[in-house]
Design a protein around this ligand. Structure first.
Ligand code: FRU
Length: 335
């Protein structure tokens, strides 16, 4: 684990107070160069005496979508000299992410942003942060209960439902589908599954194979290999994210069967899902905004003592070969 020492002068909810914050165990001087996990730990520039420190706990940086989330948070934060964001990457390890939240609490950061790996195990440390008087913004994946300040994310049930309705229409109401689910202990996986089943409920579509690919492309590829070996005919793959849709495509391509079926994913990053649509690899992808800029906006309001909504729901767009060049289209309202 990385130990970082930063010396900052920061307001503690309105009280100007010089503080020495140690992240992690031990007291080592801050490294001269930026650490590889993207942490920001340079001391504040002269004159930035009243900076607030925001601890950002990212569950994983293995997927482009999460790299993009951090980049958007960083870019939004850089516009405001009154805040500094300290990033931690839990590398897809729930226990590590719990520790990161606890470290932010003992370091007495002014605010925490967390994009949790799983709902249940991260609920308690966040509740403890709240109890210690540190506001918490939860991004993208939910926790259990209401011990947080603000949740920001898109409506995954709605996205799943739209994906189901879109596929049902494209397949004229029937066909055999493989569903590659995101980590089912995380709420987007649960919601994208539930919404999809609602979206296909009125059709004769049959989900012949479903597996939890834990949001990971290599897992999705492996699961798809099993599906291909068991089912001689597959009409479509509904994957809960674009990396999984791509993994499924690669498995089908290796079996010489990629033209037999449609591939649908979620995320729609310009350089990932939307690029796959443009290349004809995916038939559709649904945008899942990272919420990074909104998180910084809300964080500054909280730090300024303003009240904020408990929940902010972000919109989504659908990208297909027909509309990708025009920037996709706003998701139609749920049927
Ligand atoms: C990245 C990711 C995205 C997905 C989101 C759901 O870790 O899997 O692809 O949309 O998390 O929380």
């Amino acid at each position: 684990m990385k130990s970082t020492l930063i010396s900052i002068a920061r307001p503690v909810f309105g009280l100007g107070a010089a503080a020495l914050i140690a992240f992690g165990a031990g007291c080592k001087p801050a490294p001269a160069t930026a650490p590889s996990d993207g942490s920001t730990n340079a001391p504040p520039a002269a004159g930035a005496a009243r900076r607030s420190i925001i601890g950002m706990s990212q569950c994983n940086l293995g997927e482009p979508w999460r790299v993009q989330m951090n980049a958007m948070i960083r870019a939004a934060a850089e516009k405001h000299p009154d805040i500094e964001v300290v990033f931690k990457d839990a590398q897809n390890d729930t226990l590590k992410q719990r520790t990161h939240v606890e470290e932010f609490v003992s370091a007495k950061v002014n605010l925490i942003i967390i994009s949790p790996k799983e709902a249940q195990p991260l609920t308690e440390p966040v509740a403890k942060a709240m109890a210690a008087g540190i506001p918490v913004i939860v991004l993208d994946r939910r926790l259990i209960g209401d011990q947080f300040t603000c949740f920001i994310g898109a409506d995954n049930v709605r996205i799943g439902r739209a994906a189901g309705a879109w596929l049902a229409k494209r397949l004229n109401g029937q066909g055999k589908i493989v569903e590659l689910k995101g980590l089912m202990t995380s709420t987007p996986g649960q919601d994208r599954h539930r919404g999809f089943r609602e979206g296909i409920a009125q059709s004769k579509i049959e989900v012949v194979f479903e597996a939890d690919m834990k949001w990971l492309e290599p897992d999705a590829r492996k699961e798809m290999e099993s599906a291909l070996s068991r089912y001689p005919k597959i009409d479509a793959v509904y994957a809960h994210n674009d990396p999984a849709a791509h993994g499924a495509y690669l498995a089908a391509k290796a079996a010489g069967r990629e033209k037999e079926m449609l591939f649908v994913g979620i995320d729609a990053l310009p350089h990932e899902g939307v690029a796959y649509v443009r290349q004809g690899i995916l038939s559709a992808t649904f945008e899942y905004p990272t919420g990074g800029p909104e998180a910084i906006d809300i964080a500054r309001k909280i730090l300024a003592g303003e009240s904020v909504p408990k929940e902010i729901v972000l919109g989504s767009r659908l990208f297909t070969a027909d509309n990708a060049a025009q920037g996709g289209e706003v998701l139609p309202p749920s049927p």
